[in-house]
Structure formats: structure tokens, C-alpha cells
Design a protein around this ligand. Sequence first.
Ligand code: PMV
Length: 326
Amino acid sequence: MKAIAKAPGKAILTGEHFVVYDQPALVMAIDRFISVTVAKRPDTSIRISSTLGYTGTFEGEKFHSEQGGGAAQRILTPVHISASAVLDAVNHRCGLNINVDSEIPVEVGLGSSGALAVATVSAVGRLFDIAFSEPEVVNLSLEAERYVHNNPSGVDQTVSTYGGVIQYRKNQSAIRLEVESPLSLVIGNTGVRRETGRLVDSVRARRTRIPDVMDRVIRSAGVLTTKAVDALKSGNVSLLGELMDVNHGLLVAAGVSSIELDRLVHAARSGGALGAKLTGAGGGGCVLALVPDERQDTVSRAIQDADGVPIKVNKVEGGVHSWINE
Ligand code: PMV
């Protein structure tokens, strides 16, 4: 018997980083998914294989890499943490074979680690015939995110669990927004991988050095997200685009943009985007452009000409779901 769970990735429309400091963020589940398949095994080890090119087995404290060399342990540890969190919660000590199948590129800000944790928690729960509630999935999957950085906001796990478009604030219930206007979005991937934890730390360090300045930037970002939520609710997409442009400026002020990201942001704007910003932790990874429907191809080409990989994404309404395969 196998249990399978499928969870969507995400794109942050506004508010990344500032959400760590209790400001709201606006985030959307996107139509790129991670599937996790789990089966029991007779011993107590946890073997994880992944289409991302990493395979290895955790036996107690030890890790044996089979594929992906030294990086395998770092990449697969969050899966191990998520699976172990569920085994502890259901009070079982059995081994597992876990297979990860992902269409979300890793470490570029599209929520691959959040979706992976959420899908792992749901799949392992389902294997033991437990359908966790949405808040339980978020809570259990946060343990893995704490390994990635020690003060996660929970935004990635929340949107991957609930799906749709969400107004999120740390330690508060997520607010699902009913969005009438179709949002036409193009992502531009710089292809530069980065570690979320390092970037979150760098923002904290800047805030410690210049708290008066950074606290104002953080508060502005909170006001900006509130305005973005209103713009989205009233269908004012050009205002949402403008707010995304300003949000990029605030993220530049926080020190998390890069030459590659700025290049793609400007390329998207020149190609006719209503607004463009880095999305996720920054330092590399992706930009997100809000575009008029008829400009999707022009903006994609502009991103390509600026050495980015364009990815057209759509909103998905559903969050994680799981099932049993006999
Ligand atoms: O998962 P990433 O790299 O897209 O970043 C998550 C968003 C941050 O705000 C930078 C971190 C967090 O915990 O909210």
C-alpha cells in the first residue's frame, strides 16, 4: 500500500521578508506541483529518492548518500524531519520509502521546500489513515522549515496547504481571498540558486545595524500589502502592478536583490509588464511579473533576451491533497 500527496508551489505577490517581522504578505498557489509517495518498509530507516537528483537513506543519526553527493543530506533532511514529525505525532516507529517527484525548481523562491514539507506530512499522515486538518499540516511542516532558517513565517507552508490566493500574517489564520480577475503572471528564473536562511539572516543583520531605517521600510511594506489586497479585491490590476514595483524597491532597500534579478525586473517592465519584483527570498532565484493577458509572450521574450528562463504560471484553487494507492 502506498500513500500519495500532491502540493502546489507558490509565488509571493507582495511582502516576503517583511512577513518575518509580522507584516502581512499576499501569496498565490501556482500550477507547479510536488508529489510525494510513501510506503512502509520492514526496518526503521527512511530512504528518500527524488527526481531532483538526490537519493539517500537516514538510519538513526547516520546518512548514506546514493545520489547527489554531499548536497543530498542538506536537500533531503527536511523530508526526513517532516516524515519523523508525523511518525512522532502518530506514535509509530517504522521505516519508510519516500519518493519525491517535483516540477518546482529548487532554491529559487517558488516554494519547493514548503510544498515538499506539506506533501510529505500529508502523505505520511495518509499512510497511517490520518487526514490532518489544514492547521495541523502547516504546524507539522513548519519543523522542516525551521531547519532551513530559524524564524520562518510559515507563508510557504500555508499557501501550499490551502491553495488559492492568501493574505497571510505570521501566527494568524490565513485569509483566503476570492479573486475574480484572472491574474496573468510570468516568472523569470535567473537560475541562480540561493539559501533562504542566509538571506533572512542578512535582512536581520541590516535591521540590527540601522533599526530606525529598516523598521520604516518594514512598516511601509505592511501598508503596501494592505493596499495590494484592496487592489486585488477591487480588480485594480494596474495598481497592483505599481505596488509590486514599489515592493521591489523595498526589497532592494533590504539588500536582497541582485544584478540578475534587477536585470529581469527591468526587462519585464520594458516588455510591458504592469509591475515586476523579485519573488521569494531573493539573492538569485526568480522575479514575478504581472502582465496584461496579451503581453504574456512579449514579456516572456524580454525575460529570455535578458538571460532569464520565463515560466508562465496560473493560480490553483486547491491546496495539498492526498490519497491511497493499493
Ligand atoms: O521560500 P523562499 O525562498 O521563497 O522564501 C520564503 C519567504 C521569506 O519571507 C523570505 C522567508 C519566510 O519565512 O517567510
